[in-house]
Design a protein around this ligand. Structure first.
Ligand code: SAM
Ligand code: SF4
Length: 475
């Protein structure tokens, strides 16, 4: 039996914009051409989004000199658009029941090595409390795909997460990674106040998609998933996040799929995705991955930099699937968000020790360092960890976010907000080493700012946070 959703419920812009044969042809026919390469680099330096054909030019430019040039431009764009801040979040896994059977995932329904559970209200609260005690302010709630986790259930979880108060702190932004819904479902979770709705297409290559998602499962419906972010936008979503799981098929194809998807959203809704994720497949309990396409660390760095050039105003997320060394090396090439101190087992923050528990997690993490260790490393690398949630709470999302981002306002708003959230972390949670590194970093940032009312206000806020109980001050 092949399960199909009712395609009359697709969005008004529903179209299969990934022509697999056309993309393959583009990859094969685009040969390295230095003149064309320079033209495309010039376009990305002017912060214009690239087409698939232009991105293919960057993918074909594989000489060491050209790759270095791509890295250089990616570093510059990252600085110009995002400054040196890195937004920090951590996932919370709510339930791992799943009706699908994705061959790469430990939550697949046929995996006997997965211990199934859904967090009770008390467990959810404990998980959030523990995250708050570590210093988190932003989370993404993650769900298997089960009828138990319908829109109403997800909306209730979001409300419960926002309601937890630990000392002077609570979660300020809850993003969601959960099964695609219909318009009504997306409206329900939007009304619960979610930040970004994130979903990964996994692979844009339809034949591979069919192999990875067995017929008869709901996820086998490629078009229902491909169209989901469009339905989310049509249902009021402020921000959406897309992604591909690298290692299912040729990484170059997936990069073009991500670019095509971004352009489709931009053309249809006047706004591209808020974030793009590019997870690489990780080992997982009970899962055979001997078939996977290798994406080497060098190729991974290239794909991050090329995405930076192709979608200059889209946040790039590098998760703790990657090891500490790889994460540190791609930060420069355009990553703007990372998770830190993450636990992906059900109950991982409040119920388990330091070791990963394979039967409760979806895959192995590559970076299990604590939040404090990661923050300290970022500071030592002259990056500013940010827990800021101001744009979403001030309504600077979607199209609005683009309007702010494009004239470079983000740096003027984001840097001060990053500094006040960093000050909160240093005052309330940091080790002595991190506090010293953080205070020195804040001083360096202040020295770079022009004197004036905004700087005076920022200094006053930083002092109030470190000397009083005042928190959550943002521009
Ligand atoms: N169940 C929902 C879904 O499939 O979209 C949402 C949550 S799923 C837990 C989040 C993502 O984890 C998936 O979209 C997939 O890309 C990724 N994932 C699954 N198995 C993985 C593995 N072995 N290594 C790395 N990422 C994996
Ligand atoms: Fe279920 Fe998502 Fe895992 Fe697929 S990737 S088996 S849908 S949890």
């Amino acid at each position: 039996m092949t399960f199909l959703f009712d395609h009359t419920l697709l969005s008004s812009s529903a179209v299969d914009f990934v022509d697999a044969a056309g993309v393959e042809e583009l990859l094969q026919e685009t040969k390295h051409d230095l003149g064309r390469f320079r033209e495309v680099l010039a376009k990305s330096k002017s912060k214009e989004a690239l087409t698939e054909a232009e991105t293919a030019v960057l993918l074909a430019a594989d000489t060491p000199e050209c790759v270095e040039e791509i890295f250089e431009v990616a570093r510059q764009l990252k600085k110009d658009v995002y400054g040196n801040r890195i937004v920090i979040f951590a996932p919370i896994y709510v339930g791992n029941y799943c009706r699908n059977d994705c061959v790469y995932c430990a939550f697949r329904r046929s995996n006997p090595e997965c211990d199934r559970m859904t967090l009770s209200d008390a467990q959810l609260e404990n998980e959030v409390r523990e995250m708050l005690r570590q210093g988190h302010k932003r989370t993404i709630a993650v769900f298997g795909e089960s009828h138990k986790y319908n829109a109403a259930f997800i909306a209730q979880c979001v409300e419960k997460i926002y309601a937890v108060q630990e000392g002077n702190s609570s979660i300020r932004r809850v993003n969601i990674n959960a099964a695609p819904m219909d318009h009504e479902g997306f409206r329900i979770i939007h009304e619960a106040g979610i930040g970004t709705y994130q979903i990964f297409q996994e692979t844009y290559h339809k034949p591979t998609y069919a192999k990875m998602h067995p017929a008869g499962t709901e996820k086998a419906d490629f078009m229902w998933r491909l169209d989901s972010l469009s339905r989310a936008y049509e249902s009021g979503a402020d921000d959406v996040g897309l992604g591909a799981l690298f290692g299912l098929y040729d990484w170059r194809f997936e990069v073009l799929g991500l670019v095509a998807h971004s352009r489709h959203l931009m053309n249809a809704y006047g706004c591209g995705p808020h974030t793009i994720s590019f997870p690489r497949i990780r080992p997982a309990s009970g899962i055979d991955l001997s078939w996977k396409y290798d994406v080497s660390d060098d190729d991974f760095k290239r794909l991050v930099a090329i995405l930076r050039l192709s979608v200059p105003y889209t946040g790039l997320i590098c998760t703790a699937r990657e090891n500490a060394h790889v994460r540190r090396s791609v930060m420069d090439f355009g990553v703007s968000q990372i998770d830190a101190g993450s636990r992906i087992e059900l109950g991982g923050y409040s119920e388990l020790g330091e070791e990963q528990v394979a039967r409760k997690e979806q895959f192995e993490l590559g970076d299990m360092r604590s939040l404090d260790t990661i923050i300290c490393e970022l500071l030592e690398d002259d990056l500013i960890p940010s827990f800021c949630t101001a744009c979403y709470r001030k309504g600077r999302t979607g199209q609005q976010f683009m309007e702010y981002a494009i004239p470079g306002f983000i740096q003027r708003l984001c840097t001060p907000n990053a500094l006040t959230t960093l000050q909160e972390y240093l005052t309330d949670y940091a080790s002595e080493k991190t506090r010293n590194a953080g205070e020195a970093a804040i001083m360096r940032q202040l020295e770079k700012m022009d004197d004036g009312p905004q700087k005076r206000e920022l200094i006053s806020r930083l002092e109030r946070i470190s000397e009083t109980e005042e928190r959550d001050l943002y521009f």
